[in-house]
Design a protein around this ligand. Structure first.
Ligand SMILES: [Fe+2]
Length: 276
């Protein structure tokens, strides 16, 4: 089902830089959130979180500093990032297992750890695809990315609902509404994915569905933006740090960018590379 994608050198470099600049910052921030949620007696896990924070910070600085890199340089860089992120996935798994086995009381939800691990796996998958120059048919990419990201958006809504102060009834209700909406969209994306398998030839309903997902994501983005601004002004009672509010806002903006690519891809039938 997979086919060779004729990536030009320039596309490989541009796309690699875009993927790294987005995800390296996300990975660095995950290390901060994990560190903040670990009990203070978990010294070793805290040290490792600090290690990853420093590593991703250095890699992000390098990714941002590239001006005219060669394909070989970027290839090496991608491989280094994959190697570190594989270690990171193992670390996130350790923390997740410690939570689910009640080894201590963590200030981290199991779903949050699973979520950040899924994002690290996705980062590796994207870099791996770039390195191998392999891509899937348009229909497959569209339903796969929408299934992945609607789940991420549903998770964010759940985290927001559960981290708000219980007195924030109105905001909690709104967040729960988004959680239900994105759960429903995710199930629909899975249904559509199965319906178009195994050829993954897009169907017109996929166009309409992409529009609905875009509309929902734009609304969630606006909700997150308002929330981020109000948290910054200390006008919301919650356990949500401003950095976390900004982090989930950036992910919604990233998904909106992907959805615009999906619309173009469905129209043209071609995989769009390096729009970001
Ligand atoms: Fe996320």
């Amino acid at each position: 089902m997979q086919k060779i994608c004729p990536l030009t050198t320039e596309q490989f470099i541009t796309q690699s830089l875009a993927v790294n600049r987005f995800w390296l910052r996300i990975m660095k921030e995950h290390a901060i959130f994990i560190r903040l949620g670990l009990p203070c007696d978990q010294r070793e896990l805290i040290q490792v979180a600090k290690f990853f924070e420093a590593q991703y910070d250095a890699l992000l600085k390098r990714a941002n500093a590239f001006t005219e890199p060669s394909a070989a340089e970027i290839r090496m860089f991608n491989m280094q990032v994959i190697a570190l992120t594989q270690q990171y996935i193992a670390y996130k798994t350790r923390v997740l297992n410690a939570i689910t086995r009640c080894e201590a009381v963590f200030n981290l939800y199991a779903l949050l750890m699973d979520h950040v691990r899924r994002e690290a796996v996705e980062f590796v998958r994207e870099l791996d695809q770039l390195l191998r120059g392999i891509t899937a048919p348009v229909g497959f990419e569209v339903v796969r990315e929408q299934t992945f990201w609607t789940r991420i958006m549903a998770d964010h809504a759940k985290f927001i609902a559960h981290l708000l102060d219980p007195s924030e009834r109105g905001l909690e209700k709104k967040a729960q509404g988004f959680s239900k909406l994105f759960d429903r969209l995710r199930f629909q994306a899975i249904d559509l994915s199965d319906m178009i398998a195994p050829s993954y030839k897009p169907i017109p309903t996929l166009d309409r569905f992409t529009g609905e997902v875009t509309e929902a994501t734009a609304k969630l983005r606006d909700f997150k933006k308002t929330g981020r601004n109000l948290i910054g002004q200390c006008k919301i009672l919650s356990e949500i740090p401003e950095l976390l509010a900004d982090h989930v806002l950036r992910e919604a903006e990233h998904f909106l960018g992907l959805l615009e690519e999906h619309k173009e891809m469905l129209k043209s039938g071609n995989r769009i590379i390096s729009i970001k």
